[in-house]
Design a protein around this ligand. Structure first.
Ligand code: NAD
Ligand code: DAU
Length: 361
């Protein structure tokens, strides 16, 4: 089966892993990667595949209607996999503007382009618009329970509210215009190429450099972790076998408290590179800091639908995935140094100024 995909945000963390997977595993598929290259987008993430005859990179903004319409026409796009977004919750609390623009208006721009360029029988012709979303649209769980596809939406941060808005727009285009859409709502990803503002790579980077490890609040918030390759494989499965108009929750059945993750990373670094220069173990760097505003307590995914209907289950256990991830960051110090340029350092200092020492423990 041949396809021409418009992948948005392919230079980000999950997008880059997805493009690599497609170019390796799907010889009949052509990939057009549309990415604005914000602070989170990095051409180095796709360096080894950039010369593939089945890959084209276009630098541009998903909010630009003429560029997007031109790409649909020129490249004869029949499939959209939409990753491009502002993705970091703390940034959305600090300055929501770009989240509203990219996550809502950008998704609207892509939907309009698909609606205007695809034929009336797009669904039967095999065209698909897959919107990559998050479990955060469902809000926060108490100590028990899981998010399913029928859990009511209850987004609680500017980031999750912008993603929930985009999910609603995608569903509305299916209901109103018959656009053949699919939605995936996934839990926290980890793995290679994740920008070191997110919990796991941030702790690895700080731990390697002997810097404080800032744990928000009491460290008891729970996330459900999934290795990024598993997420990418699930997206391919939904694209090829998912029922049009449906949404699928994706998760790894790996609930962990944040403090558990940070302590595990400390111990792994001590084992792999030795203790700190002072001889102290890395756990001594753990610093409880002021909590994130509106911090959701617990996320956990019921991934039963995608397993029952499409036969997808994660391939990697958390132990395997985290081992691969830590090894990748240790082997890719140049990549890490490259993404940590001056602008990120300024952001980091601003975000964490005033937090240290004000922890909720
Ligand atoms: P990321 O921040 O690493 O990458 C985002 C990419 O989008 C970057 O390459 C950036 O340059 C690009 N981009 C941003 N604004 C753009 C614009 N206006 N036009 C074109 N490109 C633009 O994000 P990620 O962690 O890889 O997440 C990808 C998608 O998956 C997002 O939609 C996110 O909501 C969703 N998601 C992420 C996770 C996770 O744990 N990271 C979990 C579930 C869902
Ligand atoms: O659940 C899916 C979501 O997971 C995605 O939609 C988002 O794009 C992605 O960023 C992620 O959101 P989180 O807010 O859960 O991820 P983050 O890595 O920022 O934080 C994970 C947990 O760790 C969260 O409870 C906050 C906490 N944390 C985070 C950072 C950066 C800390 O305690 N200290 C930190 O320095």
């Amino acid at each position: 089966m041949e396809k021409t995909l418009l992948v948005t945000g392919g230079c980000g963390f999950i997008g880059a892993n997805f493009v690599r997977l497609l170019l390796a595993d799907r010889p009949g598929w052509r990939v057009i990667n549309l990415d604005k290259l914000t602070y989170a987008g990095n051409l180095d993430n796709l360096r080894e595949v950039a010369d593939s005859p089945r890959y084209t990179f276009v630098r541009g903004d998903i909010c630009d209607p003429s560029l997007v319409a031109e790409l649909f026409a020129r490249e004869r796009i029949d499939t959209v996999v939409h990753f491009a977004a502002e993705s970091h919750v703390d940034r959305s609390i600090d300055d929501p503007d770009a989240f509203i623009r990219t996550n809502i208006h950008g998704t609207f721009t892509l939907l309009e382009a698909a609606r205007r360029s695809w034929p009336a029988d797009a669904a039967a012709a095999g065209h698909r618009f897959l919107h990559v979303s998050t479990d955060e649209v469902f809000g926060s769980l108490g100590p028990t329970g899981l998010f399913s596809e029928t859990t009511p939406y209850d987004p609680r941060s500017p980031y999750s509210a912008s993603k929930a808005s985009s999910d609603h727009l995608v569903r509305a285009y299916c209901h109103t215009y018959g656009l053949p859409v699919l939605i995936t709502n996934c839990s926290n990803n980890y793995g290679p190429y994740q920008f070191p503002e997110k919990l796991i790579p941030l702790m690895l980077n700080n731990g390697l450099h002997g810097r404080p490890l800032p744990v928000y609040g009491d460290g008891g918030n729970v996330r459900d972790w999934l290795y990024v390759e598993d997420h990418c494989e699930a997206i391919v499965r939904v694209l090829t076998d998912g029922r049009v108009g449906e949404s699928y929750n994706i998760g790894g059945h790996n609930e962990k408290r944040n403090l558990e993750i940070v302590e595990l990373l400390c111990d792994m670094l001590d084992r792999k590179v030795g203790p700190l220069a002072s001889g102290q173990p890395r756990r001594s760097l753990i610093t409880f800091v002021r909590d994130r505003l509106g911090h959701d307590r617990r996320y956990a995914i019921d991934a039963g639908k995608i397993e029952r209907e499409l036969g997808w289950t994660p391939r990697w256990t958390f132990e395997q995935g985290i081992e691969r991830t830590v090894d990748w960051y240790l082997a890719n110090g140049t990549w890490l140094a490259g993404v940590l340029d001056g602008s990120y350092q300024k952001y980091y200092e601003k975000m964490y100024a005033g937090r240290t020492g004000e922890g909720g423990k």
